[in-house]
Ligand binder design. Structure first.
Ligand SMILES: C[S@@+](CC[C@H](N)C(=O)[O-])C[C@H]1O[C@@H](n2cnc3c(N)ncnc32)[C@H](O)[C@@H]1O
Length: 280
């Protein structure tokens, strides 16, 4: 028998799943998320041909279950994002942060290194790439690279592809012409980020709580937006400490507008609400 999605999870199975998700991703699933999990998992159970949640928990515990843990995290994570989300951040980056960083860098030849640490389906790292490419058009000696990462393999696949529905590509017309290709035929109604821009965006899987980050240390800019809200306070503190350690002195950390460092220990200087500078 295949269960319908509306069948309630037993408290034990829910506790097991919430615990596993927390252990692996630090995403907190409070008691209020039970309905969401039931809805999303019903479909998954059906496609795996499993009879119930208990079987699903057993699969996750088994040796073959490791890959499924990734799918479970995919199912529970919130991936909402869009181009130029919280647009003030990109204006601050272009007008205040990049000129200072580029002046300091001078003609050293070292590329500016920017990390989009919870990149979801790619709209944030490609917005960063557009801002950097525009900046570099004015200052041809500036070279740059964007690192895009996320815990969700499903989102990373979309990020690598760089194809978006036309109505979701809300970018200025000039950027649309310069950085996107319009789809034809089967791809009508979609835009793809041009390869010249995609080449600057290095996409890889990173769990923000894994032991080491495979991005270069001494980063100039980190965008870690709209992900801290899913973590508890000790996890936020741990993550903040690790992100700050990845920044070069004078580097800048961007958090989501709804996120703040209140209650967290740090030595950062506030540049603007939710934008922080690591002192030299
Ligand atoms: C709401 S999206 C934010 C996207 C983008 N930063 C923005 O502000 O538009 C949150 C992303 O964080 C990712 N995420 C959640 N927990 C994570 C973890 N432990 N490590 C890495 N990424 C994580 C999710 O997969 C999701 O894509």
């Amino acid at each position: 028998m295949v269960i319908p999605p509306e069948q309630p999870l037993s408290p034990q199975a829910y506790a097991f799943l919430a615990n596993l998700v927390y252990e692996r991703s630090r995403i907190q699933l409070g008691p209020d998320r039970q309905a969401l999990l039931t809805g999303r998992l019903g479909q998954r159970l059906r496609s795996l041909g499993l009879a119930g949640y208990e079987d699903y928990c057993r699969l996750l515990e088994s040796r073959q279950g490791e890959e499924e843990v990734g799918s479970l995290i995919d199912l529970v994570s919130t991936n909402h994002t869009h181009f130029f989300r919280e647009s003030e951040h990109f204006a601050i980056l272009a007008d205040r942060v990049l000129p200072r960083l580029a002046d300091r860098r001078g003609a050293s030849g070292r590329p500016l290194q920017i990390w989009s640490a919870a990149a979801s389906s790619g709209e944030e790292p490609y917005t960063l790439a557009i801002v950097l490419a525009e900046f570099a058009r004015q200052r041809p000696h500036v070279t740059w690279q964007v690192h895009a990462s996320d815990i969700s393999n499903r989102m990373l696949a979309r990020c690598r592809l760089g194809i978006y529905e036309a109505e979701k590509v809300a970018v200025p017309d000039a950027d649309l012409r310069r950085y996107f290709l319009r789809g034809f035929g089967e791809r009508e109604g979609f835009y793809r980020v041009r390869p010249e821009l995609r080449r600057h965006v290095h996409v890889q899987h990173v769990n923000l709580f894994q032991l080491e980050y495979p991005v270069p240390a001494g980063l100039d800019v980190i965008f870690c937006r709209n992900v801290m809200i899913y973590f508890d306070q000790p996890s936020r503190q741990e993550l903040l400490d690790r992100l700050v350690a990845m920044l070069a002195p004078g580097g800048v950390l961007f958090m989501g507008h709804a996120e703040s460092l209140i209650g967290l220990r740090h030595r950062l200087r506030t540049v603007w609400p939710s934008v922080y500078l690591r002192p030299e």
